[in-house]
Design a binder for this molecule. Structure first.
Ligand SMILES: [Zn+2]
Length: 305
């Protein structure tokens, strides 16, 4: 019997923000583990597309065994789910007689809404989650100027006349200079606040963060659904997948070529802006806090989640 888990639904928030000078800019040290392509990520009917293979390696590293990830096209996705617009992904589980799992789960199915943003993200040599901030500074500097001065020199005696002498003088004068400073591209979500970006930017950012979380979330289900164990109740399975998934998001983003500071910022955004929306559902848990029962960070990890 194939069991469908509670669908991981898209819960998005779009912050209404307007900033002055900002733009998306390629980040330093970002990399693109897959090539930019006009072909959608579900183009290979055998599910060996570049993004699928990359995500398969990432999920396999987190699950600790070989697994595969499949990106479904819109029609295929509608055939797999009753809620094609809301459902983001699932892990098929084979449950045998007596309710125990018959074989290790080994496949992650992902919706077009997840694979699309992930392909954009993984193939970008400068990650679209980063931005530069432009600011103007005023500085007072001393400048050296050569000036010509006319000096009246008094006559040597009462009978001689005053006369004018032309001299060159070096003067040090104060100047106020305005400078426009452009920060190098960096994380856009810093200390729980957006640094820059308009509504369209944050809408795309939310899509990317949600897609990264969906991969991490489904990967946690792979670790839960092992042969011979009983299927966990939804409240336990989903709250663990969502909370521990957020703690693995930075790793997923880094494997897709992001720098560690931005990867951590996206996970922070997911915890601050996406997670609270699931309060009251099986995905949310009060134990998903630093030091809580669902804190499964690697030893020595500084940041939460
Ligand atoms: Zn789930």
């Amino acid at each position: 019997m194939a069991v469908r888990r509670q669908p991981l639904a898209a819960v998005l928030t779009v912050a209404f923000l307007a900033f002055g000078a900002w733009w998306c800019a390629p980040g330093f040290a970002d990399s693109a583990p897959i090539q930019r392509s006009s072909a959608p990520p579900w183009s290979d009917p055998a599910h060996h597309g570049p993004l699928e293979l990359l995500l398969g390696r990432v999920a396999g590293a987190l699950a600790g065994r070989p697994v595969s990830v499949r990106c479904e096209d819109p029609a295929g996705w509608r055939g797999l789910t009753d809620d094609a617009d809301g459902e983001l992904g699932f892990v098929p589980v084979d449950v045998g007689p007596g309710g125990s799992i018959a074989s290790d789960a080994s496949v992650v199915e992902l919706s077009p809404a997840v694979c699309g943003p992930l392909q954009t993200f993984a193939s970008a040599s400068g990650k679209p989650t980063k931005c530069s901030v432009r600011s103007e500074t005023t500085k007072t500097v001393w400048v050296t100027r050569r000036v010509t001065v006319h000096e009246v020199v008094a006559g040597a005696s009462s009978s001689s006349r005053d006369h004018v002498v032309v001299r060159q003088r070096t003067l040090r004068v104060k100047r106020t200079v305005k400078r426009t400073v452009t920060s190098s591209p960096g994380p856009c979500f810093v200390g729980g606040e957006p640094r820059a970006g308009d509504n369209a930017f944050w809408s795309a950012y939310a899509d990317t963060a949600t897609a990264l979380l969906a991969v991490a979330h489904e990967t946690i289900h792979l670790t839960q659904d092992r042969s011979g164990t009983l299927l966990l109740p939804p409240s336990q399975a989903e709250s663990e997948a969502q909370c521990v998934g957020m703690q693995r998001m930075a790793y997923v983003a880094e494997q897709l070529g992001d720098t560690d500071d931005d990867a951590e910022a996206i996970a922070q955004y997911a915890y601050d802006d996406i997670y609270p929306n699931s309060k009251g559902t099986v995905y949310w848990s009060a134990a998903c806090v630093p030091g809580g029962a669902l804190d499964r960070r690697q030893p020595g990890a500084r940041a939460w989640p």
